[in-house]
Design a protein around this ligand. Structure first.
Ligand code: IDP
Ligand code: MG
Length: 150
């Protein structure tokens, strides 16, 4: 099975009507979306998702931000998808994120950086499990796969 990663359009990305552009980048790269939904994250889920940052000074603000409005969550599948999607997302601070990356092209502030993407295999497994039930993740082929993969 191809590698899977977790990607979220955060509340600022939704409010700024960037859902379509972000999904378009994922599709055009050749990656496959195998699960997708819009949700409003409850505080408890937000705190579990960002548990590693519990002691950070920005934690409360981060939880307020991520629960402030609807988000779009998805599972993205493809060769090296964890690394590839992180590279497409760019560095955490949009000031440092390269041009051509989502954060580099659409963001200005570290606390409004548009998207979240898993940073390792362990996080991908953990985050997919936090946001999706097994039956919400679909197994299917795309007709152009022979042109995306050698
Ligand atoms: P990542 O999203 O690139 O993996 P992390 O360091 O895991 O970055 O931080 C998680 C999220 O916390 C960031 O995407 C950003 O929304 C927020 N964040 C990180 N550092 C700061 C900060 O210094 N101020 C405000 N928010 C921050
Ligand atoms: Mg992170």
């Amino acid at each position: 099975m191809s590698e899977r990663t977790f990607l979220m359009v955060k509340p600022d990305g939704v409010q700024r009507r960037l859902i379509g552009k972000i999904i378009q980048r994922i599709e055009e790269k050749g990656l496959k979306i195998v699960a997708l939904k819009m949700i409003r994250i409850q505080r408890e889920l937000a705190e579990r998702h960002y548990a590693e940052h519990r002691e950070k000074p920005f934690f409360e603000g981060l939880i307020d931000y991520i629960t402030s409005g609807p988000v779009v969550v998805m599972v993205v599948e493809g060769k090296n998808s964890i690394l590839v999607v992180r590279q497409m997302v760019g560095k955490t601070n949009p000031v440092e994120a390269g041009s051509g990356t989502i954060r580099g092209d659409f963001g200005l502030d570290i606390g409004r950086n548009i998207v979240h993407a898993s940073d390792s295999l362990d996080s991908a497994i953990r985050e997919i499990d936090l946001f999706f039930k097994q039956e919400e993740i679909l197994d299917y082929s795309l007709v152009d796969e022979i042109w995306v993969y050698e």
